[in-house]
Design a protein around this ligand. Structure first.
Ligand code: UDP
Ligand code: MG
Length: 139
């Protein structure tokens, strides 16, 4: 099977709670190769653009507030079946529904503050990767 890529963010709660190392350990031992990575912080405009698909949802303003309140780790990950396998590794959006051993089950606080992002399609993985990284930052 051909390798492809997905995009992730370790969200502000993961950074605040000191979970960067533990989450990256889970990701790399699950077979994902880190193609690009940085510690960065979203501006309000960045967060609104990144989550524009959710702009009419009731949780949108809180989501933007949460995602901009501190640094995140942004990364591109490569693996066979990367998008789907990473969604399986992170678990359901609501950590109370996330399977045992998934990243959200282990590290997330709530449906809104849920530790990590994972792209939901190859197309969105490419868009989200390009949002954060230039070609020369990808290895
Ligand atoms: N979110 C929220 N309340 C909800 C659903 C989602 O606060 O009822 C937040 C949560 O941080 C989630 C993000 O909005 O990760 C994007 O929602 P989506 O449905 O795309 O979930 P994901 O793809 O992250 O699992
Ligand atoms: Mg989503």
């Amino acid at each position: 099977m051909v390798k492809n890529k997905t995009f992730t963010m370790l969200k502000p709660d993961s950074v605040e709670n000191g979970n960067i190392g533990a989450i990256l350990e889970k990701i790399t031992t699950s077979g994902f190769r880190i193609v690009a990575m940085k510690l960065t912080q979203l501006t309000t405009a960045d967060a609104k653009a990144f989550y524009v698909v959710h702009k009419d949802r009731p949780f949108f303003d809180d989501l933007v507030e949460y995602m901009t309140r501190g640094p995140i780790v942004a990364a591109i990950l490569e693996k066979e079946n990367a998008v789907q396998d990473f969604r399986t590794l992170i678990g359901a959006t609501n950590p109370s529904e996330a399977a045992e051993g998934t990243i959200r089950n282990m590290f997330a606080e709530s449906i809104s503050q849920n530790a990590v992002h994972g792209s939901d399609s190859d197309n969105n993985a490419a868009i989200e990767s390009a949002f954060h990284f230039s070609e020369r930052e990808m290895f």
